[in-house]
Design a protein around this ligand. Sequence first.
Ligand SMILES: Cc1ncc(COP(=O)(O)O)c(C=O)c1O
Length: 402
Amino acid sequence: MNGAAPLDRVSDFPAIPDGWTYLDTAATSQKPQLVIDAIARAYDTTYATVHRGVYARSADMTTAYEAARRRVAEFIGAPGGADEIVFVRGATEGINLVAQCWVANQLKSGDRILLSMLEHHSNIVPWQMAAERVGAAIDVVPLTVDGRIDLDAMEAMIRPEHRFVALAHVSNVLGSVLDGARASRIAHSVDAKILLDGCQAVPRMTVDVAALGCDFYVFSGHKLYGPTGIGALWGRAELLEAMPPWQGGGAMIDRVSFERTTYAPPPGRFEAGTPHIVGGLGMAAAIDYVAEIGLDAIHAHETALVARTRDALGAINSVRLLGPEDSAGIVSFEVEGVHPHDVGTILDEERVAIRAGHHCAQPLMEALGVAATARASFGVYNGPADVEALVRGIERVRRIFG
Ligand SMILES: Cc1ncc(COP(=O)(O)O)c(C=O)c1O
């Protein structure tokens, strides 16, 4: 298969029946049995609260939960270890946390924030809300013709008023991979801080935040073969320490009195209330799962599936492919004269599940001159037969629409 052996892991996934082609991993991934088992075990055998209990079960659960935090830190190469990992509900919450605690706290009127044209709404709206609060403005880096964030343009447009940059490491629509190290260097050339949205990167490639040189990194567990409701924000220790809390409650305090409350150091300062204990354990199990396969092997596997899909769809003359040739695990396309929702519905009749719509990236749709796209996205359970099923489905779409 274009050089890379298929991974053939579909048998690890009980929710993928024979004959069903799941091509919507960019929205959310299916769960391997190992993750389901870890979640079940946490509820049916070892369950208790964390951080507060004086009994052994709670102490054990705390140990497991904090081990999950260390696992996340190790997975993305956090230089400061587990203290730099804040558990959040997902990437959306991680971005909102930084927008409220860093940007709305550090930026002032006249400062500017730099985003790109291909961002997910989660990496646009929180910055708009923070910018509005402080009177900052937002600028947008355009894309190259093949759909990458144009770093030459970014280099030309960045100036000292830019205090914060937020970019997708991998686009959820086009699959384009950002040169995160170069983007970080450009941001730092004017002393701006940079957040990378790693939602679509962590399930498909090795991520090392130290090598990327960024300041914040976020991702969601549910796109990484883990449970929903859990994700991680990584931030440089000195930045997290400089940030005020955003939600008040139990667990985030040092000492409370009616006169004055002092706060816990990070990451606890940002984790008010009883956390998603089992989510943390499930995400760590998912990290073990992908680490055992190897992120480089996953990347090679998905790259080969993308190449195969682009070759096959590109040979159909009414299909327009979007995004760069070397996109990571994601292929967006249009079938001439057919609305993507109709494409998705007909494919569903063929038992092929894709995503159709604006993919929470309306500014990008406008830049591409389309209302919506069809999107196939791959995971470790997909193989050449899934690409063939997709292509057969598209042939049927063409027959139906003449
Ligand atoms: C690139 C990107 N950023 C952010 C998000 C938001 O992730 P979540 O909804 O898990 O918070 C998504 C989800 O589709 C995404 O693909």
